[in-house]
Each structure stands twice: as C-alpha cells, then as structure tokens.
Design a protein around this ligand. Structure first.
Ligand code: ATP
Ligand code: MG
Length: 441
C-alpha cells in the first residue's frame, strides 16, 4: 500500500507544529486511495503564504504567492504548499480574476475540479471528503464538484483534464458531467494551445485513451477537426474490418503508451478520407494517403505548438508508416541509414500496431523478421552512417576534392556500402572514390 512519504509528512508536521492546519490534497490523495504512486504531492494549509514562507525559511520558494502557492524544498520532491483559497469570478473561461484566502478547508475543496480530486488527508490519517469523492472513486466515476456547466464555464481546461483523468485512470464521466463536457466543448478554443497539448499528450498515453477518443471525438475535434472525417468512414477494402476511425483507435490501443507512438497512430491515416477513390470493382483505395496524413499531422501539431522533436518524429513516422521495407540486409541497412535505430524501431512498432488493427494479421511475421535482421546488423556493427565510414573528409581532400563535392562523394560511398557494392574498407573506398571524382583524368 502507498503511504504518505516522510518528506511530505515533515512538511505537514512543520506547519502543524506552528499552529496551522495542513492537509495533503487533490491528486495525491486520489492516487493513494487508488494504490497508485502519486506524480506530485500538494499540501493545502490554513497558513497565509507569508506565514508559510516564515515557517520554512530558506527552504521556501515563493512560486505563486498571488495564488497562495509556496514551493518547499525537501529531502524528497519539492512540495507545493497552497493556502486554503476560494476563487472569485472567472474571465475568458481560463482563470479566476481574484483569489481570496479562507480558513475553511471545505471551501478550498469546493473550488477543485472533480470530486475524486477534492479529498484531503492529514498527518493523523483524518480524511475529509465533503463531495463524495471516495464513493465516486470506488464506482469509477468522474463527477464535477458542483454544477458541471458552471465549472467548465469557469475554466474550460477542466473539460480536457476530465478526459485525461478518464483515459489515465479509467473513470467514466458521470452522465451530467459527460453531457456538459460535450455541450461546453467549444470553450476549449479559449485555452492556450500549449496547455491543450499538455493534457492531450497525457490523454493519449492513458490506458483507456482509445475508449475516451471513441466516446468524445467531437471534443478533440474542436482543436483537431481533421480527425472528424475519419469517424464512420467506410474503407471498402478487404484489408480492413473497421472504418478509418475504429481502425485508428484499435491501432492506437495496440501500441505502447508512448506519446510519439500514440500520436503517430492517431494521425497515421488522417489523410485517408481526402485521398479515397473507388475502382470499377467497388474497391476503395487511398493512394498517397501517408504523404497527405503527414502534411495534415504537421499542421495539427504546429497548431498545438508541439515541440519540434516530437512533431518532426511523428510526421516522419506517419510518412513512412505504409512503406515497404524489404526484409533483406540491404533493405534494413537503407532504412537504418534513412531513419536511425530509434526511429526505425518506432516504425516497426507502428507497422505492427497498424497490422494488428486490420482484418488480417498477415504482416506480423515479416515485421518480426525485419526486427531480427535489424538486431543482427546492429550487433555486427553494420556501417549505416557517415560517422562509421572507413574514410572521412580529409581522405577525400587529399585526393583533391574541395567544397560540397566532399560531402557528395562521402554520401555516395556510404550508399555504396549500404547497398553492398563496396566493403567498408579504406582501400576499397578510396579506389571507388577515385572513380567518382568529378574531373577524373
Ligand atoms: P496529476 O496526477 O496530473 O498530478 P492532479 O489531480 O494532482 O493530477 P494537478 O494539476 O497536480 O492535478 O492539480 C492538483 C489539484 O489541484 C487537483 O487534484 C485539483 O484538486 C486541483 N486543480 C488543478 N487544476 C485545476 C483546475 N483547472 N480547476 C480546478 N481544480 C484544479
Ligand atoms: Mg498532482
């Protein structure tokens, strides 16, 4: 069983011995009850921010004094200590205009988003749960504290937090909360794209991500409307037993919960509806869909200001997802040269998940073969990059090459090695380089 760790207990104890109330609150209490390891520990206290600062002295960092938050450095993780507060009127569906401190724990719990996040636990094990969070937790229900329309109207990010909790914890939004999530979804337009991505990326890596996306496509469709044409799109091909959206969700569920892989699966076929054609036998085709999907993915990820590394990798995997990689040494050396080991392994995972979500799992054996060739090539130290080539730029300069020609010849030599035309040996490479010299005499 997970318990309050010593470094958090010491924060509670220090506040308590200075005469203040101090409680663990929010996600950490929820996770304790679920037997999960909490991500972070939040403490709520009757002490005013300046009192908290005074109690902890040099260990206190004023990270959000206006909102009552002081971060306390401990022997373990930093702990956020926030004064009991109630929120004033909200504007822009984003933030409260004013924050008022209070001496009532119950008022502090009332401003929290969901009942399962509105429970508190103190050092002696006293448990406070005025909104029935524990009962909802035991029944697996996600319910707003108070009236859902009002709570989502105050802060629209809660809509996406709700779906994220549902995807990560397996909670089902209770009927009124669920209806309100759908009804108020347009308010998400007021939320900063970076914050949308933080929640969406967590949602995608949740164990129940596919279920949540299946139940709420129109909510994600507020910022990613490109997804919506996939819903119910009949593929008209014997390769598929699902429509495009169902295939996408099955593929997403079949890949491990890593944000790049999950995002790739969500977007890999997003260009299918636009590229659909029907032949005279009534069979559907999607020629060029990986490139179209990649172009759409690029736009969608930029819209949410996703970091460059994640965006570029996802777009690349989407572009490559349907490419045939011959199960030969040459085929895999080429793929390694073009993608590198990390992305090639990701691509194989993408291909596996894609095939698992099709009518026939006829490619899995071939994907395994590709992987074992890959393992062997790496173990043998196969040359697949300029870095590994047995000659370098200086060798070519010594042959009289200058400027861009050096890089071009090196690349040509690497291609020759990858394609098995030349061994990766200095003499053979220099010999071949001479045949490639621009003004050979
Ligand atoms: P996680 O597992 O991601 O840490 P969490 O529930 O702890 O989940 P935090 O963002 O750490 O989420 O917030 C801590 C607590 O603060 C929440 O449990 C909730 O009580 C409250 N909270 C956070 N964001 C909001 C919000 N937008 N509206 C209302 N209450 C919120
Ligand atoms: Mg938390």
């Amino acid at each position: 069983m997970v318990k309050i760790p010593e470094f958090v207990k010491s924060v509670l104890w220090t506040l308590g011995s200075a005469g203040h109330q101090a409680w663990c609150v929010g996600g950490c209490v929820r996770d304790l009850r679920l037997g999960r390891e909490p991500v972070d520990w939040d403490v709520t206290t009757s002490a005013l921010p300046e009192e908290t600062m005074a109690v902890f002295g040099g260990r206190a960092i004023p990270t959000g004094l206006r909102h009552g938050t002081v971060t306390v450095r401990t022997e373990g993780q930093p702990v956020e200590v926030t004064t009991f507060r109630k929120d004033g009127a909200y504007h822009d569906h984003r933030r409260p205009e004013t924050v008022t401190f209070t001496d009532s724990l119950e008022e502090d719990l009332r401003r929290r988003d969901f009942t399962v996040n509105a429970m508190a636990l103190d050092l002696r094990g006293t448990f406070r749960d005025p909104f029935g969070g524990l009962e909802d937790l035991e029944r697996g229900l996600l319910r707003c504290v108070g009236e859902p329309d009002r709570r989502f109207g105050e802060d629209a990010l809660r809509i996406l937090r709700g779906l994220r909790f549902s995807a990560c914890l397996g909670f089902t939004p209770e009927a009124e909360t669920a209806a309100s999530i759908r009804k108020n979804r347009e308010l998400l337009r007021d939320i900063a794209p970076e914050r949308v991505w933080v929640e969406l990326s967590r949602l995608l890596t949740g164990q129940w991500a596919a279920e949540v996306l299946r139940a709420y496509p129109e909510v994600v469709g507020v910022f990613w409307p490109e997804l919506l044409p996939m819903v119910g799109f009949d593929q008209r091909t014997r390769h598929h037993c699902y429509d495009v959206w169902e295939h996408t969700l099955h593929a997403l569920a079949a890949v491990e919960p890593d944000v790049i892989l999950r995002c790739t699966m969500l977007l890999h076929d997003v260009g299918k509806p636009e590229t659909f054609t029907l032949d005279d036998r009534g069979h559907g085709h999607f020629k060029g869909h990986p490139a179209r999907s990649a172009a759409l993915a690029e736009n969608m990820l930029r819209r949410l200001r996703v970091d460059n590394a994640t965006r570029e990798t996802v777009v690349r995997l989407v572009k490559w997802h349907d490419r045939n990689i011959p199960r030969t040494d040459q085929g895999l050396r080429r793929a390694l040269r073009d993608l590198g080991e990390t992305d090639l392994r990701r691509l194989l995972a993408v291909k596996r998940a894609d095939n698992l979500a099709q009518a026939h799992q006829d490619l899995l054996g071939e994907i395994d073969r590709a992987e074992s060739i890959l393992d062997r090539l790496l173990a043998e130290g196969a040359c697949v990059s300029l870095r590994q080539l047995a000659v370098d730029g200086r060798d070519l300069t010594a042959l009289g090459l200058r400027g861009p020609a050096v890089g071009q010849v090196l690349t040509a030599l690497l291609d020759a090695v990858v394609d098995g035309e030349t061994p990766n040996e200095r003499t053979a490479l220099l010999e071949r380089a001479r045949t490639l010299l621009p003004n050979r005499c």
